[in-house]
Design a binder for this molecule. Structure first.
Ligand code: SAH
Ligand code: SF4
Length: 359
């Protein structure tokens, strides 16, 4: 299918639309009304924006697309992790994962969004990395995952006013910092008071460690949180599982993290997938504790989840618990993502991989 020549309405800033409306001889504040329809009422088309005149709606339709990728499947039950598979224009598939808040009395949830179709980084343990790189997502395709989840929620529950999402983690398919401009533009829409209105501290970007882009991010205004996918505490082990480490070895990566922290305060956490007899040794644990303490950073331990065609294994439960305890004894703030979190991340990329293999 051909990609549309008109721009998506979901990649527009309020200011850009205000200027456009003015050029059309419309009031600037009408642009705010349109944003309200998109980001508060989660309208599905220009025609739903009933307080905009027919002429204005016609002009909008001529100049902008309201296209959002349709849902192919949703898996998972209520109060559990749900996985959305979206079909982009052109047929590519991407995933987002909805993660419940973790307590019964809250409907607020975190959405894990993708930034690329596949991933160029090629990490050995990751489904997205193993299936190769296809392309960057556009701004509208990133914002579209947020809108798609909110719209799905409305269809499910019939609620009109209440919001579903309280947090975003950019931890789905792809390396977010390898799609830097589109990511920044999409997050600014999700973050803006006229847009998704999600505070920057509720947004976490996860990276495999592109040091120059981490430094660039340090210079951006919003206070996004940063999760570093460390997964090994020495270059020799990290090189074996993350090709990106050849380009930006630990020393360079951690220096960039320091620059980020100097600019932003304590906004960094480390992700660490535990893989049997690879990175789960006492030596790695000690070194990881040292790094975490140096940054006063939280560590998320994620027991490896099986990936089709990958020989790595999850360590025995006693080893996982021992690794966790040891970090805690060293004074590191640490969480162990059993089941809930673990499944989710590995699942990012997996659903697509399986679907592609079937076709
Ligand atoms: N590319 C970025 C963004 C997220 S990657 C990054 O690497 O940080 C997707 C997430 O899933 C990462 O947190 C990664 O560590 C995790 N993940 C990938 N494969 C996994 C597996 N087999 N088991 C558990 N977690 C996995
Ligand atoms: Fe890409 Fe992240 Fe997967 Fe590595 S872990 S291949 S960086 S998506």
């Amino acid at each position: 299918m051909e990609r549309p020549s008109v721009e998506s309405i979901f990649s527009q800033s309020l200011e850009a639309l205000q200027d456009q409306f003015e050029r059309w001889g419309e009031s600037r504040w009408r642009a705010g009304q349109l944003m309200d329809w998109i980001y508060r009422k989660f309208a599905g088309s220009f025609d739903e924006c009933s307080n905009l005149s027919k002429t204005l709606r016609a002009k909008l339709k001529e100049n902008y697309s309201f296209y959002c990728a349709p849902l192919v499947t949703v898996t998972g039950q209520e109060h559990e992790t749900r996985k959305f598979l979206w079909k982009l224009e052109g047929g590519d598939l991407i995933e987002s994962v909805l993660i419940p808040a973790g307590h019964e009395d809250s409907d607020r949830q975190t959405l894990c969004v993708s930034t690329q179709v596949g991933c160029p980084c090629g990490c050995k343990f990751c489904a997205s990395g193993r299936s190769g790189f296809v392309r960057n997502l556009t701004v509208a395709e990133i914002v579209g995952q947020f809108l798609g989840a909110e719209r799905w929620y409305r269809r499910q529950t019939g609620v009109k006013e209440e919001r579903l999402l309280s947090n975003i983690v950019v931890m789905g398919m792809g390396e977010p910092l390898a799609n830097y401009e589109n990511l920044m533009a999409a997050l600014s829409v999700i973050n803006a008071p006229w847009g998704g209105n999600l505070g920057a501290r509720k947004i976490t970007i996860s990276t495999s460690g592109l040091a120059p882009q981490i430094r660039r991010l340090a210079g951006e205004e919003p206070q996004y949180r940063l999760a570093i996918s460390l997964h090994a505490a020495t270059d020799s082990i990290r090189n074996q599982i993350m090709p990106v480490n050849h380009r930006y070895p630990l020393k360079e990566l951690l220096a960039a993290c320091e620059a980020y922290q100097r600019a932003k305060g304590r906004m960094i956490s480390f992700e660490y997938i535990l893989i049997d007899r690879l990175n789960d040794t006492p030596e790695q644990c000690d070194l990881l504790a040292g790094i975490a303490r140096r940054f006063h950073a939280h560590v998320n331990l994620i027991p490896f989840n099986d990936v089709d065609g990958c020989d790595f294994r999850r360590p025995p439960q006693t080893v996982i618990q021992g690794f966790f305890n040891h970090l805690q004894q060293r004074g590191v703030s640490v969480t162990l993502r059993q089941k809930k979190g673990g499944d989710i991340n590995a699942a990012c990329g997996q659903l697509r991989l399986r679907k592609m293999e079937k076709n």
